[in-house]
Design a protein around this ligand. Sequence first.
Ligand SMILES: [Fe+2]
Ligand SMILES: [Fe+2]
Length: 274
Amino acid sequence: MDLISVEDINQRIEVLEASHAVATRLLALVERDDVGAREVATVLSADPVLVQRIMRMANSAYYGTGGRVRELHAAIAILGFDAVKSLALTSFVEGTGTITPQDWEHSITSAVGAAEVARMIGADQQQAFSLALLHDIGEAVIASLDSTFHELLTNRRAVPLTADGELTMLAVERKRYGLHHAAIGADMLESWNFHPDLVQAVAQHHTPKGSLSRTHAALVDGDRIAHLITCGLSIDQIRETPMVLLPHYVDDARLAGVMANVQARSAAMIADLF
Ligand SMILES: [Fe+2]
Ligand SMILES: [Fe+2]
């Protein structure tokens, strides 16, 4: 297949936004500093699927609201604008039919993992959660251009992330498509005016360089925890895997406990959402 250029990505984003009036209006709105949850709610109310998702997420056990959130503006205030923006962007890409239940599972498990690591290292939990929700959005874009890509993803998620596996994965994508999913995702976030630090975190979620911002570190660890959970190996098998990538900020003694906690909380959120 043809290589994907940055222009192709931008064109795809433009097409998605143009077909989604809510996306365009939301984007213009959240750029303002003085915007409130009620104004965002008014714009989003034109998209029933997105509204349902936001309501379900705010009412999920994860947020401890006891299922009592009834109004959209209250749900937006609970999740925060970053998470609403992440859900909106995912929802627009989802319109291409390329986000599978397994992709959602990976996004949500990474998000719950990133928020947990953010809590442990004193980073912004809401920001880490929102960013991790979106970190692999580039994969959905590739899948919309290549129907065989999901097979590759399924194989990839059946094993834990390893240092050489990660580099091979990016090299394969770059060779096949011209850009890898992290670069595509970063380009999308940039066009959606996410903060440059968050764009960089997505661009380098597999290849972190230098000293990382705390949100970036939480994202990388959340992704690694999600891969460890999904691969289905025991802790002993994980430890025996050569070059396995373990989270930076979860020490060995706590790893099994953190994985069990993230798995239980993300499974509950997935059950509440779908
Ligand atoms: Fe990734
Ligand atoms: Fe990932």
